[in-house]
Design a protein. Structure first.
Ligand SMILES: *Cc1c(COP(=O)(O)O)cnc(C)c1O
Length: 393
């Protein structure tokens, strides 16, 4: 008997993240403004307008937002402005290992030696009490708590940490745009919060970022740190970089703001569709999505490494993109293998167990259903949850 090879048709691949930024037509009016002003960078009119509009959205005074070339540049600017470069008596910087590698890269760019701490297994956050009791805290120049996946980092505890230890704090709130606009009174204040407007983040300008602080003097120092140490004249008065946002990126940012409520709604819709489909399989407890994290992420929380491997394998087999967003933690990147730490069991676990699923503002419901369906064979015993019965007396 001749066996005919039947070629299995592979489904079209679904990328893990497919950003969608404003189309050319929506940029055009802003680009024409650049043509007329002939100002292309250096905190020009569009970058200033963007800072004002984001401040307004976050219910803050207009000078609270400093725009930057990227989230990483914004981190460097904020660290230089509040802690300065590493000094001999304070050469260390504390960073959680459960983060994107940019957090560590930024403190190193400011001359600090990275010290990695573990995070809490439920909040995914660095605990201020744990940082305060770090054995070499008197040699630490700056702590950079991270808002992982845009989970909120509350200002109050870190203000108290700073008062108690005298150590400066810069919050890496790279994906916090949505959390901060939902609760600015809790998440924004004098401690600078850095955001990334990279294409992959919910609110995006392509490349870009910002620092948000209600301390106006600090905001000016950040502007200076991002502009060669210049403020009113061309005299460099502090450690600095060129980390300014260009007018072209500001144009994208303004057009993105014009369509922001629509985009935010679309992204939130993706998260609720995931929740609905996981619910139908009885896996709702495994899904982590908006509003508990930024809507540019949809995470599936595995319980064991074997499960995570099975999930990844099944997604790959079905051409579904997936990603461990923070790799296996900063300490597992080749370059940071030697960075000292006191054990990182939670990061070791979390980083490998939180599998990033596909997100796009225009990801169709049937695609989301397909992604969820390809996980169902791994969980044959999951039961869809029934609504609790209402007791009638
Ligand atoms: C995205 C991200 C950054 C880096 O932002 P860029 O704009 O890409 O420089 C830093 N930290 C965290 C936690 C991020 O998610």
């Amino acid at each position: 008997m001749i066996r005919r090879h039947v070629k299995k048709r592979l489904p079209a691949p679904t990328p893990v993240l497919r950003p969608l930024l404003p189309p050319a037509e929506r940029l055009l009016p802003y680009l024409r403004l650049i043509d007329s002003t002939r100002i292309y960078s250096n905190f020009g009119p569009l970058a200033r307008e963007l800072g004002r509009r984001i401040s307004e959205l976050l219910s803050l005074p207009p000078e609270s937002v400093v725009t930057a070339a990227s989230g990483t540049a914004a981190l460097i600017g904020a660290i230089l402005a509040c802690a300065g470069r590493a000094r001999e008596e304070r050469p260390l910087a504390i960073v959680p290992s459960f983060t994107f590698v940019a957090t560590a890269a930024a403190v190193e760019a400011c001359g600090y030696e990275v010290r990695l701490l573990d995070v809490d297994s439920e909040s995914f956050l660095l605990d201020p009490a744990r940082a305060a009791s770090y054995e070499a805290i008197d040699r630490v120049g700056v702590v950079v708590p991270v808002a992982p996946f845009g989970r909120p980092v509350v200002q109050k505890a870190w203000i108290e940490f700073r008062q108690k230890t005298g150590v400066e704090v810069v919050i890496d709130g790279a994906a916090c745009f949505e959390a901060a606009s939902a609760a600015p009174e809790l998440l924004l204040g004098e401690i600078p919060v850095v955001m990334s407007f990279h294409a992959t983040k919910s609110y995006a300008t392509g490349e870009g970022g910002g620092v948000i602080t209600t301390n106006v003097d600090l905001a000016y120092r950040i502007v200076q740190a991002l502009n060669f140490g210049f403020l009113d004249d061309r005299d460099c008065r502090m450690a600095s970089i060129n980390g300014k946002m260009s007018e072209y990126h500001a144009a994208v940012g303004l057009a993105e703001l014009d369509g922001w409520s629509e985009k935010a709604r679309a992204l939130a819709g993706v998260s609720s569709a995931y929740r609905r489909h996981f619910n139908a399989l009885g896996l709702q407890n495994r899904f982590v999505g908006s509003p508990s994290i930024a809507s540019c992420y949809a995470l599936f929380r595995c319980e064991t490494l074997e499960e995570a491997e099975a999930v990844a394998a099944s997604l790959s087999e079905n051409s579904v993109g997936h990603r461990l967003w923070y790799g296996r933690g900063v300490h597992n990147h080749s370059y940071y293998r030697g960075a000292p730490h006191e054990g990182l069991p939670v990061t070791e676990d979390l980083a490998q167990l939180l599998v990033g699923l596909p997100v796009a503002p225009d990801l169709e419901d049937y695609k989301i259903s397909e992604v969820v369906q390809c996980l169902s064979p791994i969980f044959p015993n999951a039961k869809p949850q029934r609504l609790p019965r209402i007791a009638i007396r």
